[in-house]
Ligand binder design. Sequence first.
Ligand code: HEM
Length: 500
Amino acid sequence: MSTTLLLASILATVALLVRYVRSRRASKYPPGPPGKPFVGNILDVSPQGAWVKFTSYKDIYGDIVYFHGLGNSVLVLNSLEVIADLLEKKASSYSDRPTFTVVGELMNLFQGMPLLPYGPEWRTQRKLAHSALSPSSVKKYHIIQEDLAAMLCREILDDPKDFFSAVRLAAERLVLIITYGLSADTADSQYISHADETMHMITKYTVPGAFLCDLLPWMKYLPSWLPFQREAARGREMIERLVATPFEHVQRDMAAGIARPSLTLDLLSSANSDPNTLHHIKWMSGALYGAGGETTYSTVLTCILAMVMYPDQLRKAQEELDRVTGTDRLPTISDRGNLPYVTALIKEVMRWRPVLPLGLARATAADDTYRGYTIPKGTIVIPNVWAIAFEPRGLYSPEIFEPERWLVSSKEDMPVDPADWTFGFARRICPGKHLAENSLFIFISTLLAMFDFAPPDTGHVKVEFEQGMVSYPKPFECKITPRSESKAMQIRERASQSTV
Ligand code: HEM
């Protein structure tokens, strides 16, 4: 490191130390684990799998737990009550996102809606997304979702061992078709493997403290040959390619007059050629593509894992499906109201292993006081969804997988519906919620109507989850067999007639 850089680092460190000591003297912060000089307790915020630790801190420190050090502060929210008080009632201060120096600034991801600061650019992208994903707009995707559910089952019929790939294809094809109008074949050949790799990287790095540079932002000026800088350059190229390639595909097809209907086509057709508008359409479409696939993929896989482990619940869902749809047709999205057990089972999957156990972090836009404590501007705010999922509430223990908890007659005996917390909160609530709920329903109900799921011959089912922002099941083996020849024929017929 050059002498100038060394000097700059020392000065920055001293400045942080002085700020830290002054601020600790003047204010009363929320409770949290004991800290060490200078680094405080910030290193307790481990980037991987922190939700279980944060939940255990709830018993010691309560609903709000505070971490600080190295010029950073992090506030963990451990109950729906504090989430409502801060993220909803004080939404104008609590709707920003953290900077994420590496993934946001150096890799450029902050240009898309999920990481955009709360302000006019975010509002523009959010409006564009709403036009495509409102409850009434998503009805036009029902047929595509039902076709993709049949194609998912056909892939599994053809190669039951590779169900992970089949689920991933279905989830990503859906967002590619809706967002860019790309046919399933084009999507598979050109985009999906790159999207896999890029999203894997993004979910690993979009957690507070993934890089030391996220805690010490001045490090972003360090030389480009350092390993984290090289990783940032690689990530920047991957993200640009993820966002630009399908967008340019639509522009080319539009110019040739052969573009298929899609959200990007609709927006481009009614947009002017102002580069700023095109920039927003490009990044908003890219955000839907990135955010939509991973979450659906992970939830469907979690359901398959639960079905392997809980055969009684699988059987009850299948009995209900057989009763309602009979043996001569596949489920459709309009069946949902007649399938209360299947609906309860999907809610339970979302509660049992929440796909984003720490939601998506927020940041405070101004200094705040809450319950007499100081919460400084720029504090990273983490809604600990895991603590909500596992709060003992209602008739059944939170530890067990039990769809019945959602079927009790009185609301007081029931926990809070995951639809009210797995998709986030208030102004930044997931804009893909309605689309996602339909996808989960049709993918899961078609899978359960079609297949039996059982442990592999070894009898051992591996139950392990990734520890990044999105918590997917790690690869596990199971036996998947069709329940009847007539259903298998229906699947093949529907999948072969599909135009997606
Ligand atoms: C099981 C499925 C899904 C789950 C559990 C989920 C969950 C979430 C959560 C927790 C957030 C953060 C909200 C907050 O900060 O309070 C979020 C944001 C977001 N989601 Fe989803 N999501 C799902 C599916 C989708 C789909 C299908 C799409 C798009 C097609 C999508 C697009 C987005 C976008 C663009 C944001 C950023 C919103 C913003 O920052 O304003 N999500 N999602």
